[in-house]
Design a protein around this ligand. Sequence first.
Ligand code: FMN
Length: 224
Amino acid sequence: MTDLPLDQLLAARRSIRAYSPQPVSDDLLSQVLTQARMAPSGANLQPGSFTHVRGAVRDALSADLIDAWRHGREEAEDYSYFPKPMPHTLRRRQVAAAQALYGALGVARDDRAGRDAQFERNFRFFDAPVALVVTMEHGFGSGGYMDLGMTLYGLMLAAQAKGLSTCAVGAMASFPNVIRKHLGLEASSHIVCGMALGYAAPEAPVNQTQTTRCHLDEYFRVVG
Ligand SMILES: Cc1cc2nc3c(=O)[nH]c(=O)nc-3n(C[C@H](O)[C@H](O)[C@H](O)COP(=O)(O)O)c2cc1C
């Protein structure tokens, strides 16, 4: 538990991709989710749901996701995320984020096996003690995803305030049918992302990843 003020929580949160085996109690997880749900949403519709995937179901899900990914299987995603094609400015940011990650791991640009080994960890929720799958009811457009994004950031900060760490796992969204099958979800439940949550393994090389943000001038302007 930390008593950090919000500005320090905002600065301290990072995506954590290696965890200590220390379990997270159901009570603590419920508190984090309850606080995350304080996020605002259009007409207070509170879109999106969380499934805590545990035990044998989690193991089978990860095994199937890894199998699908290793075999290059392709599914239609439930929603589109990145612009296609990626404009140059955004591509540069994407490359910088990848360099930060693989640089921390000491994985060279041409080390396909090293990169794949890290990518595969997405499908194991980075072995975090808590594996969440985030879903969205069919029919919501961008506004609903915006609302859910606020909840997700609320979750990350609520977790951070309790000494926990997180990493969203968008890679999961590549295989929505695999996930629905294991979670017993209808096709009307859209798969948004995974979320790893737990206590960080602070010394792990992957957790030394440091990303930067573009300067205020690039996304803020004043008129009038
Ligand atoms: C919705 C969402 C999906 C993400 N998906 C992944 C993912 O699949 N794998 C991964 O390693 N990181 C993932 N990330 C983490 C981003 O790479 C990370 O937030 C970004 O590089 C900024 O770094 P920071 O979170 O440490 O500040 C995701 C982040 C968000 C918000």
